[in-house]
Design a protein around this ligand. Structure first.
Ligand code: HEC
Length: 231
């Protein structure tokens, strides 16, 4: 399909370029969206700096530079959130065990995401294919990426560095999108595993009647961090 027809069709899926990432590899590639076949990598990805085809070959691709800078910012925000929440969680676990710590996850996870989001000028959230809090259900594109993470894991990729980013165009505006897989560790099983204490199960059932976030084992993908930012 010629690019011009993609751009004028605003009702269609946002035009998107995918970039699979890990810490070591930032090269663009052709990303396979499940069920939709191969999508060509459009280069540059709707970069605000215009058509790059005329740039000399030794110039860095500004589209890739934007993705790289935005990814660093996203990773920093995720790091700030994860360490703040983990500190709260560990502290509460030590003081009163998992039943006590549920209250921390219940009352502080969302406020911390909101705080980090406004501090860093972006939108941070957590999503999961099997979410506990209904607010953490993925939307369509997030679900697609979560499913692609499951496929990448099945193909043998490490979870520790599993991430994804793109610049999507929605009604002529560009949005940077970043997702990073969240691995399930041993500690997590006390509240997300199969053999939780009856007290923990009872408390979770009380707070989250539609809870889907149990039955995990160590090494599963618990969900993902999502960062979006309008460019
Ligand atoms: C003490 C119990 C407890 C422990 C331990 C725990 N969680 Fe959770 N987790 C929760 C609760 C409660 C929620 C719902 C939070 C909310 O309402 O915002 C949650 C939500 C989440 C979410 C958001 C998606 C969803 O399902 O709503 C992720 C991701 C997550 N936990 C990952 C982890 C990981 C990874 C670990 C281990 C490092 C872990 N959790 C350990 C209780 C726990």
């Amino acid at each position: 399909m010629p690019r011009s027809s993609l751009q004028t069709d605003s009702s269609a899926e946002p035009e998107r370029t995918g970039e699979k990432q890990d810490e070591s590899n930032f090269d663009g590639f052709v990303f396979r969206y499940p069920g939709r076949g191969l999508q060509p990598l459009i280069n540059p990805p709707l970069s605000p700096v215009g058509n790059l085809k005329n740039l000399p070959r030794d110039q860095p691709d500004p589209g890739a530079v934007i993705v790289s800078e935005e990814s660093s910012r996203a990773r920093a925000a995720i790091g700030a959130f994860a360490s703040a929440l983990q500190a709260e969680l560990k502290n509460a676990m030590q003081q009163g065990g998992p039943v006590n710590a549920i209250a921390v996850c219940n009352t502080t996870a969302m406020p911390i995401t909101a705080e980090v989001s406004s501090e860093q000028g972006l939108m941070l959230s957590r999503v999961s294919l099997k979410n506990r809090n209904p607010a953490n259900a993925p939307n369509d594109w997030q679900r697609e990426i979560l499913e692609s993470f499951e496929n990448r894991k099945a193909a043998g990729e490490e979870l520790a560095t599993m991430a994804w980013s793109e610049v999507a165009a929605i009604d002529g505006k560009q949005q940077f999108r970043f997702m990073k897989a969240i691995p399930t560790g041993a500690l997590c099983l006390q509240c997300h595993g199969s053999n939780m204490s009856p007290e923990v199960s009872a408390r979770l059932a009380e707070l989250y009647p539609g809870d889907k976030a149990t039955g995990y084992t160590e090494g599963d993908i618990r969900g993902a961090f999502v960062v979006t930012r309008n460019l």
